[in-house]
Design a protein around this ligand. Structure first.
Ligand SMILES: [Zn+2]
Length: 367
């Protein structure tokens, strides 16, 4: 959230897949859909939008997850009672209208699973999550622009590449990449994150507005993990990667008395959102660790320089030299490098006269 988050070139393919999932889920929940309709012929238009999508879906249903065909999960769903089908269909409609949660007067958000029984819900969840876990890995039936295609469609790997390219802050391919949420290094093994967790909202497993590439530290517990990104169904006090971005609205701030970095809002109106983002990602404690580590690094550099001077019988650092060191270091900070905001915060804290004086006094004790 610290960095801008963009839609990527293949976002339309993900949006098309999301629409297919929605249409398929609602078709399964139609009172007239039975196991007899669950055939390759039965999926053809008008059941599904195009023959390409119908054929892809049939191939998808032949895959196994947890030792069982996905087709078996679809058969479970068409066999639900009319009441259960109605409950699932209403839930699908509500979740599909996710964007409305970021309007001024949002409709109710379904915080719980539909009343369809645990076995039916389990089948629905497995089927919908498989679009991400299986379908996306092997290839969607869409080109990047969302046009249906029988082969060579967008894959998980092509999405990861497109996201990396769209969020490269330094165009040099060898430059370090930055996590859009925390501003730290994206690392060698970034994770595709579902902003709203897919285990609770499997219909959003392929939603283009629900997927980002973030660092493993942000994604894993005790940070984001499986935590909700709403407060009991209200998104009002929450940022959203695409619809209510935190970039430019949150920043690290240094609290001298607490000797800690906090996650603060630029505008007071965003303070609850900044606080929720901090709880979600533990930004304050992670940023404080980085702040202290960077401070320790510079302290070490200066101590070793001072020690070299003492051994060589040269004059010790002056306060002016210390100031010049901090100026040069902060002047060289690059916005495209990991932890730029935290390091800039450290630079500001160090340049304070009292802090500089304390550092200078400490340096004078080096032998
Ligand atoms: Zn991160």
């Amino acid at each position: 959230m610290l960095k801008p988050i963009h839609r990527v070139t293949c976002s339309p393919a993900l949006a098309a897949c999301q629409l297919l999932m929605q249409r398929f889920a609602l078709w399964l929940c139609e009172p007239g859909t039975t196991a007899a309709n669950l055939t390759q012929a039965g999926l053809q238009p008008p059941a599904m939008p195009t023959a390409i999508e119908a054929d892809w879906l049939w191939g998808f249903l032949q895959r196994k997850v947890g030792g069982q065909l996905l087709l078996n999960r679809a058969q479970v769903l068409v066999a639900m009672s009319a009441v259960q089908k109605g409950a699932v269909a209403a839930w699908v409609q509500s979740v599909s209208a996710l964007a409305a949660q970021f309007h001024a007067t949002p409709p109710p958000w379904p915080v719980t699973a539909p009343q369809a029984g645990p076995l039916n819900w389990g089948a629905f969840r497995t089927l919908m999550e498989a679009f991400y876990g299986t379908g996306f890995r092997t290839g969607l039936p869409y080109l990047a622009d969302g046009t249906p295609v029988a082969a060579g469609g967008v894959t998980y790997a092509s999405f990861v590449d497109a996201f990396r390219i769209a969020h490269r802050l330094n165009p040099d391919p060898h430059a370090r990449q930055v996590c859009v949420l925390c501003g730290g290094p994206l690392g060698d093994t970034p994770h595709v994150d579902h902003w709203i967790i897919k285990s609770a909202f499997p219909l959003l497993s392929m939603c283009a507005h629900n997927l980002t590439l973030i660092c493993g530290t942000c994604n894993e517990a005790p940070n984001k993990g499986d935590k909700p990104v709403h407060s009991a169904g209200s998104f009002a006090d929450w940022f959203h990667p695409y619809w209510r971005p935190g970039n430019g609205a949150v920043q690290p701030g240094y609290d001298l008395h607490a000797a800690a970095v906090h996650c603060s809002a630029v505008a007071p109106v965003d303070q609850p959102k900044a606080a929720n983002l901090d709880v979600l990602l533990n930004l304050a404690s992670r940023w404080t660790r980085e702040f202290k580590a960077e401070y320790a690094k510079h302290q070490d550099v200066l101590r070793r320089n001072e020690s070299r001077r003492v051994r060589a019988a040269q004059a010790r650092h002056t306060l002016q030299e210390l100031g010049a060191y901090v100026q040069q270091w902060t002047g060289g900070l690059s916005p495209s490098e990991p932890h730029h905001e935290v390091h800039a915060t450290l630079g500001q804290a160090m340049i304070e006269p009292a802090r500089m004086q304390a550092w200078f006094a400490e340096l004078a004790t080096v032998q």
